[in-house]
Design a protein around this ligand. Structure first.
Ligand SMILES: Cc1ncc(COP(=O)(O)O)c(C=O)c1O
Length: 400
């Protein structure tokens, strides 16, 4: 019989009762180091005092009013995001997929109302992940996610990442813009080459295209900068973000330049819940933390420390791991054995991780991970690798 909760996820048999910092505790008292952060989302970890207080306080005042009225928390958050980024204007929504849908709508509308209604197509990249709505499945282009969901939404073309010849060849008179993740998370932590991003920007300028960056996963401090594109020196015209923006409270945002955002006039786009007082109160606290002097530098330091952990694993276990890659606190360990086995071994040692494409174990911990948490991650992941090696040896013996 089908479970009451639709079985769209293969869930681990674990239920957490509470958390503290980068640690989660099960109902039966077991303790886990959370290197997954609810898929790169619990940016301030668990039970963050200011975040909890802001949500509780806001919930006790007013939780929802709709966008028919002014929302001071949203106005403040938007102004702060504008001040801290390339953007001139911000739209708040509820998830990454919704932010990406809006980003594509902005790009198309800016072309249509800017005199080029024929420009509707968006160039996307192999290995991309943009979400699960019908259009974003199409933008993602992965047949695994499209199976059985009917005709793909028209208007998305795909080319390989870091290949300028392929990209230029794909640009047609119908191309409206380019949508790229500066760091592809779901397909295995693949970084867009900064030079490639610079050339993509140049091509957009040359052909009158808009550059949209999907920073749903890589944004809001994850790479040690507020947004990952800052590492390349390239600025987009539009950017989507979500996941960590409100520390685990559901929220997404679209950041845009005036040149693109000005076409999204009253009534042209909307959302009931987006930019509500509760989500914005949470996101303002996240921004307080991210923009505090030294915090993003600390994310970089912690990223280097965690990368050293992965480096040591690759060195000591060349039979299990091929390489690590990533930037800041979005790191991937490419495994030579099925990644699920390493994830299980880590779980046995009390470490939560996420998998990604290309047989990669993905580490996207809370941005508040401490030095001691990192050291503990090193000890536990090493024990997990030893456990996995022993398991591999036993299986080989059984097979012989
Ligand atoms: C880069 C990127 N874009 C979009 C999404 C979709 O976000 P959501 O699940 O919030 O709709 C994800 C989710 O993993 C993502 O990593």
């Amino acid at each position: 019989m089908i479970p009451a909760l639709m079985p769209t996820y293969n869930r681990a048999d674990l239920a957490f009762e509470r958390g503290q910092g980068s640690w989660l505790y099960t109902v039966d008292g077991r303790r886990f180091l959370d290197l997954g952060a609810g898929i790169a989302t619990s940016s301030l970890g668990h039970d963050h005092p200011q975040l909890v207080a802001a949500i509780a306080q806001q919930a006790g005042r007013v939780m929802h009013v709709s966008n028919l009225y002014r929302v001071p928390q949203a106005e403040r958050l938007a102004a702060r995001l504008v001040a801290a980024s390339f953007a001139d204007s911000v739209f708040f929504c509820n998830s990454g997929a919704e932010a990406n849908e809006g980003m594509v709508k902005i790009i198309r509308r800016a072309q249509a109302h800017g005199g080029h209604p024929e420009r509707t197509r968006i160039i996307c990249f192999n290995g991309a992940f943009h979400g699960r709505t019908l259009a974003m499945l199409s933008a993602t282009g992965n047949p695994k996610y499209l199976d059985g969901f009917g005709p793909v939404v028209e208007g998305f073309d795909h080319v390989p990442m870091n290949n300028m010849n392929a990209l230029r060849a794909a640009i047609t008179p119908e191309t409206a813009g380019i949508m790229i993740e500066p760091v592809q998370g779901e397909s295995g932590v693949n970084i867009a080459d900064p030079r490639f991003l610079q050339e993509v920007r140049a091509a957009c300028d040359e052909f009158g295209l808009f550059l949209g960056m999907d920073e749903v996963q890589s944004g809001m401090g994850r790479t040690g900068r507020l947004f990952a594109h800052e590492w390349s020196g390239v600025t987009p015209d539009v950017l989507s973000t979500a996941k960590g923006i409100a520390g685990g409270f559901p929220m997404g945002a679209i950041l845009a330049t005036e040149a693109t955002a000005k076409y999204l006039t009253a009534g042209s786009h909307g959302t009931t819940f987006g930019g509500g007082p509760l989500a914005c109160a949470a996101a303002n606290v996240v921004l307080d933390v991210l923009l505090a002097p030294g915090f993003l530098d600390q994310v970089q330091t912690r990223g280097t420390q965690l990368a050293q952990v992965l480096d040591a694993l690759v060195d000591e276990f060349p039979d299990l791991f091929a390489q690590w890659r990533g930037i800041g606190l979005i790191l991937g360990l490419r495994c030579l054995v099925p990644v699920g086995l390493m994830q299980d071994a880590a779980l046995h040692e009390g470490v939560l991780t996420v998998t990604a494409g290309d047989n990669v174990l993905r580490l996207v911990p809370p941005l508040v991970l401490t030095e001691e948490d990192c050291a503990e991650a090193g000890r536990r992941l090493r024990r997990a690798a030893l456990r996995l090696r022993a398991h591999q040896a036993a299986s080989a013996e059984d097979a012989a």
